[in-house]
Design a protein around this ligand. Structure first.
Ligand SMILES: [Zn+2]
Length: 387
């Protein structure tokens, strides 16, 4: 596999930067630039592209979580060229062609899973899930236009029909995703009709389309239509307000990036009060009222390092305010005024370095390294006022 182009669409300090890696016979590229030019960010982007953007990424300071994007054009060994985009999030974050296709793929994974979890989730561990993740599940058929074409051709549908006539290898099911289904040309659509009318046993066909009206009526009439909508924020707000009435419900939802269950947990822990207290302690350190070493001992003793995790969020918010000049999209809306006051006083290079330190500590938090020493380093650096 070769990466032809790396697209830093909205990631770390980058906005819409495309790095062309297609030229040169050897495919070896040297990326160089001065300090702070974004070399490490670009490297992290590459890692995140393939393995996912971590939930609390250090590169989310300019763009809010849900807007982070990194993409690439890759060429597989068989010559096939793929274009894809990774967005931030816990699951289903790889956006092939478009978003609906990802949902369909999750459905396929679930239907083929040998030990599904509950009513909706694949286990991601069984043989079927493992094969699926590697792109080799023999019971999964994905039909899309070939790289040099905009349409799905009849040969592809015939090949599909032949594949479906074979016995299932896994739990008995076979799943087909046709995407975008409106790319079926007329011959291919007619050929598909036969499969839709007389499907093989235990076969699920999913036709994905942003323009279902473009599909022939003969096909549409044989499909059950499921309209996919974006998550309804108002619905989430109502659900949350029912369980946690009061003025702070919006704040808790913002803290949890709109995730309702996480917001509820924060509310049950009365997190706002504790956040406020910890933030005042950090301000106290900068103003010489609190002893950084005593705070380090206290915070390092905290099992899940909550103070440190919050501090990282605040640093990211501070960077975002500092770099964009506004508070839109910041995470800590419970501390909006304090963060806005503090942001102009900070040296961004020092903040970046501190975030590196915090990330390192959180990565090593489970190992036997001395938490308190690392915590002291971070808070001592924080206590040094730089104007
Ligand atoms: Zn499974």
């Amino acid at each position: 596999m070769k990466i032809r182009e790396l697209r830093l669409t909205a990631f770390g300090p980058f906005t819409g930067v495309n790095i062309d890696l297609s030229r040169g016979r050897e495919g070896l590229h040297v990326v160089y630039g001065p300090n702070e030019a974004g070399k490490s960010s670009a490297l992290r982007a590459l890692r995140n592209l393939f393995y996912g953007i971590p939930l609390r990424s250090p590169d989310g300071f300019l763009y809010p979580y849900e807007k982070m994007r990194v993409g690439a054009v890759i060429q597989r060994n068989n010559g096939e060229v793929l274009e894809f985009v990774r967005r931030k999030g816990r699951t289903n974050t790889l956006r092939a062609a478009d978003d609906k296709a990802v949902l369909a793929e999750e459905l396929a994974r679930f239907l083929l899973c040998e030990h599904p979890v509950g009513d909706t989730a694949a286990c991601r561990q069984c043989t079927s899930c493992t094969l699926f993740a590697a792109g080799n599940n023999p019971d999964y058929f994905r039909v899309t236009p070939a790289a040099d074409s905009r349409v799905i051709k009849i040969d592809q549908v015939r090949e599909l029909a032949a594949g479906l006539s074979m016995t299932s290898h896994g739990n008995g099911r076979k799943v087909v995703i046709l995407t975008p289904a409106d790319a079926l040309n007329i011959n291919a659509a007619n050929s598909l009709l036969k499969t839709l009318e007389e499907p093989t046993d235990n076969t699920v066909l999913v036709l994905v389309s942003a323009h279902p009206a473009r599909l022939p009526a003969t096909i549409r009439s044989r499909c059950q239509q499921i309209h996919v909508q974006a998550t309804d924020r108002q619905q989430i707000s109502r659900w949350f307000a029912d369980r946690h009435p009061g003025a702070s419900s919006g704040v808790y939802l913002a803290l949890a990036n709109g995730a309702p269950l996480q917001a509820l947990q924060l509310a049950q822990e009365n997190a706002l009060e504790e956040r406020g207290r910890r933030f005042r302690v950090l301000l106290g350190i900068r103003e010489g009222r609190e002893d950084p070493l005593a705070v380090a001992a206290d915070w390092a003793a905290d099992e899940d390092l909550k103070g440190l995790r919050w501090m990282r969020e605040w640093l990211m918010d501070l960077l975002r305010i500092r770099l964009t000049g506004h508070t839109e999209g910041i995470h800590g809306i419970d501390l909006l005024d304090s963060l806005s006051t503090l942001a102009p006083q900070l040296d961004t290079r020092i903040v970046f370095r501190q975030m590196d330190g915090i990330n390192r500590m959180l990565r090593l938090a489970d190992s036997s390294l001395n938490r308190q020493l690392m915590m002291e380093d971070i808070l001592l650096a924080w206590s040094e006022r730089v104007s």
